[in-house]
Every structure is written in structure tokens, then in C-alpha cells.
Unconditional design. Structure first.
Length: 144
């Protein structure tokens, strides 16, 4: 699939991505969440191996370049991404659907030596019903 996608126009690849994610998120509903969680972890792992960044801020810059989204790590163990590459364009208005992004963040924190106790989405573009918006996550780190 990766090879086939490289031979296509970006618009065609984006259309396929939207169609396939729509099918998973809206027709498989909650059963899709574990698949998307795992996909988020694998995606973060692949980017970490490919770029081998020394610090998390430089990795977030790489993620911004790759996804076109802005990542902000802020006080109080919060991270926001705008627009969310996973749920932008999927207004659902009743539950967060950015599972892959959440687990990609979980994997990234672990790669930089931070053990996550708990992670939750505090704001989701899909829940607000916006077509393009930001998602925010709050995490608690395990005390070592």
C-alpha cells in the first residue's frame, strides 16, 4: 500500500485515508478503537526510528512537518494538536475519536523516558462538531 500510495497524487491518497478511516470510525464504532490505538503507537515508533530525535521538542517539530499540524506541549502535562490529523473532518458530536493520536503521544512520551500513568482527551474536534479544530490531551506521569 505504501508503494502504491507513492505513485498517486496527494489528493487521491487523502481521499482514500478519509474513506477508510470513516469506515472504521463510524461503522465499526468502539471495536475500531483498539486498532487505531495500535496504529498510533506504530506510527510514532516508525517516526522515532526514522528520525531518531534526541529530545521531544525536536520530535514534535518533525511530527508538525510530516502531518502539517501544530503540536503544543504546555504546562500541566497537556499537549494540543491543531488540526488533529485523525478526527478533523469527522464531526461526531458525542465522543472523542482521535484514538491513534492519543496513543502516538503515549508512545512518544515513553520513548523519552516518561512513564504515563493516565492519558485522556480533554478536547476533541469531533465532539465539538467542528470540521477543522484542535484536540487536546492531558496526561499524568508515573512517579519514579
Amino acid at each position: 500500500m505504501a508503494h502504491a500510495a507513492s505513485e498517486r497524487e496527494p489528493e487521491e491518497v487523502a481521499a482514500f485515508k478519509l474513506a477508510s478511516e470513516y469506515t472504521l470510525k463510524f461503522h465499526l464504532a468502539d471495536t475500531a478503537a483498539p486498532i487505531l490505538f495500535r496504529a498510533g503507537r506504530l506510527y510514532a515508533r516508525a517516526l522515532l526510528r526514522l528520525y531518531n530525535p534526541l529530545e521531544m521538542t525536536s520530535f514534535l517539530s518533525i511530527v508538525e512537518d510530516v502531518t502539517g499540524a501544530e503540536c503544543h506541549l504546555s504546562e500541566g502535562n497537556r499537549m494540543s494538536i491543531e488540526p488533529c490529523p485523525e478526527c478533523t473532518g469527522f464531526p461526531r458530536e458525542y465522543e472523542p475519536i482521535c484514538h491513534g493520536v492519543r496513543d502516538a503521544l503515549h508512545e512518544t512520551l515513553g520513548a523519552f523516558g516518561k512513564e504515563v500513568e493516565r492519558m485522556e482527551g480533554t478536547e476533541c474536534a469531533a465532539v465539538t462538531g467542528e470540521l477543522v479544530d484542535r484536540c487536546e490531551f492531558r496526561f499524568e506521569l508515573r512517579e519514579l
